[in-house]
Design a binder for this molecule. Sequence first.
Ligand SMILES: NC(=O)c1ccc[n+]([C@@H]2O[C@H](COP(=O)([O-])OP(=O)(O)OC[C@H]3O[C@@H](n4cnc5c(N)ncnc54)[C@H](O)[C@@H]3O)[C@@H](O)[C@H]2O)c1
Ligand SMILES: O=c1ccn([C@@H]2O[C@H](COP(=O)(O)OP(=O)(O)O[C@H]3O[C@H](CO)[C@@H](O)[C@H](O)[C@H]3O)[C@@H](O)[C@H]2O)c(=O)[nH]1
Length: 447
Amino acid sequence: MNLAVIGTGYVGLVTGVCFSDIGHRVTCVDKDAAKVEKLRAGQSPIYEPGLEELIRKNMNEGRLHVTTDLESAVEEAEIVVLAVGTPQSVNGEANLQYIEQAAREVATAMNGYKIIVVKSTVPVGTNERIAARIGGLTEHPFDVVSVPEFLREGSAIKDTFHPDRIVIGAASREAAEKIKELHQPLTTKMMLTDLRSAEMIKYASNAFLATKISFINEIANLCELVGADVAQVAQGMGYDRRIGDSFLNAGVGYGGSCFPKDTQALIQIAGNVNYDFKLLRSVVEVNKNQRFNVFNQLVRLLNGLHHKTVGVWGLSFKPNTDDVRDAPSLEIVGMLLASGAKVKIYDPVAMERFCEMLNDPSVICCSSASEAASNSDAVCLLTEWDEFRHLDLKHIASLMRQPILVDGRNVYTAEDLNGAGLIYRSVGRPMLSSPVQEEENVSALQA
Ligand SMILES: NC(=O)c1ccc[n+]([C@@H]2O[C@H](COP(=O)([O-])OP(=O)(O)OC[C@H]3O[C@@H](n4cnc5c(N)ncnc54)[C@H](O)[C@@H]3O)[C@@H](O)[C@H]2O)c1
Ligand SMILES: O=c1ccn([C@@H]2O[C@H](COP(=O)(O)OP(=O)(O)O[C@H]3O[C@H](CO)[C@@H](O)[C@H](O)[C@H]3O)[C@@H](O)[C@H]2O)c(=O)[nH]1
């Protein structure tokens, strides 16, 4: 089949690559000419393990094309996939200007029947509105089908080639069956539903996962007060198949381009029909506060931050991506700088994007975790990149002015810390900080 994919962000690009890899002819369209040029040179505009290789393979084999020419791509396609951004507006609602613009452009480029697949995350009722808009601009027949995307950044390829499920929302049974056929090589776990339910499934899924994270973060905060270990608690809970063991990692809270904006958007969707989604409002509030925990620990341990040097390990909102959209690191580094600390940052891939987004020249960029720790009064770990798991902590402690490590992602075990000489704090695991050992570490420091 011939597909046009509009938007080459995470979703558009990975979708385009996936469908070309299973044998379709795909043209990815983006209005950002620099992105298109980069892609044409075989370079991925985003860091995602395995993506660049797949882009090159499918381009070389002639199935994947990239262009800024939306009109020609739509003319040639039987299926047009909309995968443009739906960022957060100032009032929390999803900003639909890009999807509306893309729908208008697709409508005016149509030259015959098309199935228009909406993969962008859009509020309930949007697919119907898009259909009405397109219908007002073209004489040609078409169907709009909602196929929400569930991929995770950092594991986007695996999630797309082996999805847990494909949700297909449509008013036309025929169009839904066509889209089902398209996904058949990827999975048999497909659900056909109406447009509004498909739109709601996406928001409800993200809101539920965000709820799990805020729940375990609250349990972590409680564990600290009562002397229990949240990692043990999560493990014990996870054995219950009704609960499941995923999304129970306590830490600095969720970030990224999806959970923060989609939880806010669902609160707004509810608000628009006079429903107060109390639970979700609390989830968001708990998440906001969770980012302060690491900061407060540093203030306590260092007796204030003025003229102190703090190393920061990990900046992307999660490992295996260079995405820093709504990353907890942005807020935490901002607070450290505002409190008068000197901040030394390190991330294996997200340095450039982070610095662009933070836009504060006083931050010190380092090329390794040990460089960020050198002569620092404390280090805080904000993203659990694999390379941080394999550091020689004793050596790290020896480089620091004060051997203080605040682990915002519960990366290290008691065994890792044994003999490292660190004053260590994590999230909801008070048992890991042995007061006797720490007193010895502090005395050694004062001597
Ligand atoms: N990022 C994720 O992991 C993820 C996962 C699931 C769902 N989603 C949803 O998918 C959608 C896309 O997210 P993203 O992160 O891939 O987007 P993004 O914002 O990173 O990229 C969107 C791209 O679309 C392009 N674009 C915008 N309007 C265009 C137009 N009229 N013509 C051509 N190109 C146009 C932009 O230039 C940009 O490159 C959002 O609704 C998001 O909520 C994202
Ligand atoms: O136990 C956990 C799991 C995740 N996180 C954090 O939650 C955020 C989101 O992580 P994850 O869900 O793995 O990444 P995303 O790429 O944002 O993917 C989410 O958002 C996408 C966009 O809507 C959806 O498609 C995915 O299904 C959904 O998992 C990150 O900051 C993680 O650090 C935790 O703090 N604890």
